[in-house]
Design a protein around this ligand. Structure first.
Ligand SMILES: Cc1ncc(COP(=O)(O)O)c(C=O)c1O
Length: 387
């Protein structure tokens, strides 16, 4: 009997420790973790530098109120701003809070310049921005919103439908908010030319561009942010997942222009940006944002993609497409996704589903070549057995 509510369909497996790219189950089995808590464990499990940071910071100070200066948060905010388009940061605890804060920042900006009716946010239908009341309605998914009443203020267009996107912009639109790479939606990459068009469109209509990098950001794409390659500068970017390496941290990054609306009292969080979280965020940031680390992500990605494509060529009736960028990889199948994931798991390889019959592969960003080889061998084996 479990006293946990039934809002998850959990697999009958639990883990008691992890090391690097491996998870060890309570029944003594060793699994190669290629989902990283859904793009969270960016440095794998029990990374020595993160363990050291937690140990040292936990002896000094865990939590103080945001009523006071928090030097560790100042340090991380500075690093994030120096590395990216951003001028200011607000820290949160999760991705949904970060996207919700992004919406608030956009609305508040228009309020502060005397356009209080510009509140509507235009999003991709069946995207994923989190599970708070506002963010489920931002996601525009029937399944996610069913039974939860109504939160207004969001309009939707279909992925790739540029005509409808343009038509849906009204005098009340505040921002377009999209995931640079749709994660839950099936690892769909918005091409660079499209991001540029989005930026131009936002400039022309004098609205804001929010790029949700909760899943694809923090070096997962091979660049610190997935939009960097396009040279586009968004106005607001929510982040979470990878920046904490397993510790709950979220943040919303913004430029100077929009930050003006965020005056004292407009937003806050009891836990957001506390010293323990910030110490960890600083350590993750110092590791994942270096050129060497990013080059390594790119190398691992190239190797993974080229070999997955070889498997696809061998089994065209099983694998339809290999999608994604960096170490955010989607294997779209012709066959039943759940059965495939189960078979990978029987072979001690952990992956996770995404929409459009995609199996998501999200290894730790410091995954080793030999671990990628093991994953490839298992995927190949499972394909050969199904055939
Ligand atoms: C793109 C995106 N935005 C927001 C979220 C919500 O993050 P969290 O689950 O930390 O609230 C997710 C989570 O998967 C995500 O992928």
């Amino acid at each position: 009997m479990s006293y946990l509510a039934k809002n998850y369909n959990r697999k009958k497996i639990s883990f008691n420790h992890g090391k690097g790219s491996y998870l060890f189950s309570t029944d003594g089995k060793k699994y190669l973790d290629m989902l990283s808590g859904i793009a969270v464990n960016s440095l794998g499990h029990s990374h020595p530098k993160l363990v050291k940071t937690i140990r040292e910071q936990s002896k000094k100070l865990w939590h103080v109120s945001n009523a006071f200066q928090i030097p560790e948060g100042e340090k991380l905010a500075k690093k994030l701003c120096k590395k990216t388009f951003a001028d200011y940061v607000i820290f949160q605890n999760s991705g949904a809070e970060a996207t919700e804060a992004a919406i608030k920042v956009a609305r508040r900006y228009f309020y502060s310049i005397g356009k209080p009716n510009r509140t509507r946010i235009l999003c991709i239908k069946n995207s994923f921005h989190g599970r708070t009341l506002a963010t489920i309605f931002a996601s525009g998914s029937k399944k996610m919103t069913e039974g939860f009443g109504h939160v207004g203020g969001f309009d939707h267009f279909n992925f790739g439908d540029h005509k409808s996107l343009k038509k849906k912009i009204t005098k009340n639109t505040a921002a377009i908010m999209v995931e640079t790479i749709m994660g839950e939606g099936g690892i769909k990459v918005i091409p660079d030319w499209c991001l540029k068009e989005l930026r131009n469109l936002c400039n022309k209509k004098k609205i804001l561009l929010i790029l949700d990098e909760v899943q694809c950001g923090i070096s997962r794409s091979g660049d610190f942010f997935a939009f960097e390659k396009s040279k586009v500068k968004p106005d607001i970017v929510p982040i979470a997942k990878g920046i904490g390496g397993g510790f709950p941290i979220g943040a919303v990054l913004m430029n100077k222009k929009v930050a003006k609306g965020m005056t004292p009292g407009t937003h806050g969080s009891t836990f957001g940006g506390n010293p323990l979280a910030m110490a960890i965020g600083n350590t993750v940031m110092d590791i994942v944002s270096t050129k060497k680390f990013l080059n390594n992500v790119k190398k691992s990605s190239k190797y993974f993609f080229s070999n997955l494509n070889k498997i696809k060529a061998k089994y065209p009736k099983i694998i339809k497409e290999i999608r994604g960028r960096g170490l955010l990889i989607g294997v779209q199948l012709h066959i039943d996704q759940a059965m495939f994931i189960e078979k990978l798991m029987d072979n001690k390889l952990l992956t996770i589903r995404a929409a459009e019959n995609v199996v998501r592969i999200l290894p730790p960003l410091n995954v080793k070549r030999k671990e990628i080889d093991i994953a490839l061998r298992v995927i190949n084996k499972v394909c050969s057995e199904i055939k």
